[in-house]
Design a protein around this ligand. Structure first.
Ligand code: AMP
Ligand code: MG
Length: 361
């Protein structure tokens, strides 16, 4: 990595650390009943992470969850020569663990449900824009046209114990790996007897139980246009709260900003009219996969998807037009902080509107 790329990454990492510190201030306030949490910070999956748990099993549980995240990072990194994904991308075929097979299978199924908005074969495009190494660049049209045929989930063939890719294709689990990892961390907390804890992996927050004083965790939702402010805060327990946003990873060139969520249809940063998407769901991997997919899809398609998928997740969409759309399952536990943005609740026809919130749908 060049010095310039290293400095860019260092600045980004520093910004992420500051953002994480702010988020954790909001999430890990402790009640007298539970004492202090046991907390560990780590850097994995190119992200600053914080794991906190309460109670007498906290330390062992946090250590085990941290080891699990490092294990997943080592298996799925696109840059680590020893990872399963590196081998798959290098040789076009690799024997993989049942878990890797399962997450690739899951990613391919979400790809099918979202008309390809989530597509792990987008990796050649992610790489062409420099998001893999931090050596950012704007690829020209010819380069993107050459990459386009490689971006197709049909290129992924799953065997019993192996995965095979079409020639030239490569995959990146970055859109859902952190959500899967946060899910595993919460499961490990539970297995080890922890009843109250929170893990914050960049934009992926997963809560276990409630705070020791019985109140909900409060997860801050970053304002995507102002790093100093929160758009709002969400009260939550036993859920994954995952955000994909333009502010999380980007570079500027020629007076334009290019972010890291790529539209597989164009191989360019998605221009869907959204600045961020937060998904709240029981399962971290699903929340993470959906946050990326819904970002690419844009507000209208995201809303249709939410209605048609049985509304088994909730979401907050922040648009370029200054609106915040929130689904009715979480509107009651959301505190709107940046009131310069208009708050609009999305409700299904049979459900009553949230009081005090303008409704649509
Ligand atoms: P997230 O932060 O969860 O939205 O995931 C974004 C990361 O996933 C990027 O940094 C890329 O590595 C990868 N990625 C970007 N766009 C897509 C996409 N449309 N489908 C799958 N992975 C993507
Ligand atoms: Mg995601």
């Amino acid at each position: 990595m060049s010095l310039a790329a290293f400095l860019r990454r260092f600045r980004r990492v520093l910004a992420a650390a500051i953002a994480l510190a702010a988020a954790v201030t909001a999430t890990a306030g402790c009640g007298a009943a539970g004492g202090e949490p046991y907390t560990e910070d780590l850097f994995a999956m190119d992200t600053f992470m914080r794991l906190s748990a309460y109670g007498r099993f906290a330390e062992a549980a946090v250590r085990a969850a941290s080891d699990e995240i490092k294990r997943l990072d080592a298996a799925w990194s696109v840059t680590d020569g020893d990872s399963e994904i590196y081998a798959l991308n290098s040789f076009g075929r690799a024997e993989v663990s049942p878990e890797t097979l399962e997450i690739i299978n899951f990613a391919v199924s979400v790809s099918g449900e979202t008309a390809g908005a989530l597509d792990i074969t987008v990796y050649p495009a992610v790489s062409a824009w420099g998001f893999t190494t931090g050596e950012y660049r704007v690829p020209d049209d010819g380069e993107l046209s050459a990459i386009a045929p490689l971006v197709d989930c049909g290129a992924v063939k799953l065997g019993e114990t192996s995965v095979e890719l079409a020639p030239g294709a490569a995959v990146d689990l970055g859109a859902l790996a952190k959500g899967y990892a946060s899910q595993r961390a919460a499961e490990i907390f539970k297995e080890r007897g922890v009843t109250s804890g929170v893990v914050s992996l960049g934009g992926n927050v997963q809560t276990l139980g409630r705070k020791p004083d019985g109140s909900l965790w409060s997860v801050a939702i970053q304002d995507p246009e102002d790093g100093e402010r929160y758009a709002g805060a969400l009260g939550t327990s036993d859920a994954a709260v995952v955000t994909s946003g333009v502010y999380q990873r980007y570079f500027e060139a020629g007076g334009r900003r290019y972010h890291h969520i790529i539209d597989p249809a164009t191989c360019r940063p998605a221009e869907s009219g959204l600045l961020s998407v937060t998904v709240v769901a029981d399962n971290g991997a699903r929340a993470d996969a959906l946050s990326t997919a819904l970002f690419v899809m844009g507000r209208q398609a995201a809303e249709t998807y939410w209605r048609e998928s049985g509304r088994d997740f909730d979401m907050i969409l922040i648009t370029e037009d200054g609106e915040v759309y929130i689904t009715d399952g979480i509107a009651g536990s959301y505190t709107h902080i940046n009131t310069e943005r208009e708050l609009i609740a999305l409700t299904a026809p049979q459900r009553p509107a949230q009081p005090g919130v303008q409704t649509e749908g």
